[in-house]
Design a protein. Structure first.
Length: 401
């Protein structure tokens, strides 16, 4: 029987990322119709095709399109001055308590129009796209008032109309306490739950809800209240957890069925066990670890033993990870966190998809999934993890195009 398809990629080597490992297929073929994969496998197992277009990949490797599952891509201004302070010895917490940090970016973001937020974010998005990213999560969290948070989320949605990329938005109103609520975090959380979160949901601006559960952020009780409100509105949750201390945020997030808990340097065994039971993904952010010169590693071996899926992301943000390279993240995941090549590649494909609740649609090269491909001029997949400052992308396909 002949399979009709729009596009057919032949003479390729596939890293399907299906199952365990990378799912390597030599002499592979991928067929797509209406933006969906209709075949992905060995030429020896392939049917006869009737393609509209055939692309000879000349032995190149094809992976799923890369996924950046944790970014703060939309924001105003930058924090290069704070970088200088950090080089002089100031800590992340000292800078935040002195009026820098997230609140500094808040001021610049509130002053920016939606068009300005889109314009400033596009170069960062373009850098990710140029390295094979086909899906990018974007958080709010630098507006910290209703008008500005909604503007950030609208700007993030607009990015997906400006570029051929899947944009997933996350409401992070509980990122920091704005000055107008100084000393009254409970009132701010009440405003988020009673006013802003319902407005976000009503306009369909967010795919998930996030929070920063930390001594300089919000308490577990405040986070729990926000997550309860989010789930009542049908929004899944995720959490910045255990980055600077252990407030048991990961276990709290897992109790709400969180998609992911992110950072996790101070995660303990109880938190790991809770994540494993809930199926919560551990999203590790080596760019932030590197940039703020952390010394406490996430508990990689514990996550492995418990079978917790590990994702990797850029955490692109102006203060602690001004990083727009998933390829560098792969190398950092291996060199800083000692992840294997297979773990690193899974971290920006199938596990990143799971962290966004998109694993049924993207993240692997399998029949029925969106035809999101990255085609690489490499001899082996390890090159994607091994090289630094080098981009071997040959072509990027999003939804079959």
């Amino acid at each position: 029987m002949t399979m009709i398809c729009d596009r057919l990629w032949t003479n390729a080597r596939l890293a399907t990322m299906a199952g365990d490992g990378i799912g390597a297929v030599e002499d592979g073929v991928i067929a797509a119709r209406d933006g969906r994969i209709t075949f992905a496998g060995s030429r020896a197992d392939a049917p006869v095709f009737a393609p509209t277009e055939t692309i000879d990949c000349a032995g190149r490797w094809i992976t799923p399109g890369l996924i950046d599952c944790h970014t703060h891509l939309v924001h105003g201004g930058d924090r290069a001055a704070e970088f200088e302070l950090r080089l002089a010895g100031a800590s992340y917490e000292e800078i935040a308590r002195a009026g820098g940090g997230i609140v500094s970016t808040m001021r610049a973001t509130r002053a920016a129009s939606e068009a300005e937020l889109v314009s400033s974010a596009l170069p960062r998005l373009d850098a990710l796209i140029a390295e094979g990213a086909t899906t990018v999560e974007v958080k709010s969290g630098y507006g910290l008032d209703p008008a500005s948070e909604l503007r950030m989320l609208r700007a993030a949605r607009q990015l997906g109309r400006e570029r051929p990329v899947r944009i997933i938005t996350t409401f992070l109103g509980a990122h920091a306490l704005p000055p107008e609520y100084a000393g009254n975090a409970d009132a701010y959380i009440a405003m988020l739950c009673d006013e802003l979160l319902p407005a976000v949901a009503a306009e369909g601006l967010a795919d998930a809800v996030d929070a920063f559960c930390e001594g300089i952020g919000f308490s577990p009780a405040q986070t729990d209240r926000l997550f309860t409100a989010a789930r009542a509105l049908g929004l899944p949750v995720k959490l910045h957890a255990e980055q600077l201390s252990n407030l048991h945020g990961a276990a709290l997030a897992a109790s709400h069925g969180a998609l992911s808990a992110d950072h996790l340097e101070y995660l303990d065994e109880d938190g790991i066990a809770a994540m494993a039971r809930a199926g919560t993904v551990a999203t590790l952010l080596p760019g932030a670890y590197y940039f703020v010169r952390e010394t406490k590693l996430p508990p990689i071996d514990g996550l492995r033993r418990a079978g917790v899926p590990i994702a990797l992301a850029t955490d692109c943000n102006p203060g602690t990870s001004p990083l727009t390279s998933l390829l560098l993240v792969l190398n950092m995941g291996a060199t800083l966190f000692r992840l294997t090549v297979d773990e690193c590649l899974a971290g920006v494909t199938r596990n990143a998809a799971r962290a966004l609740c998109l694993d049924k649609d993207i993240g692997t090269l399998e029949v029925g999934k969106s035809c999101d491909l990255a085609i690489w001029d490499i001899e082996r997949p390890a090159e994607l993890v091994y090289r630094m400052g080098y981009n071997p992308l040959h072509a990027r396909i999003w939804s079959g195009q």
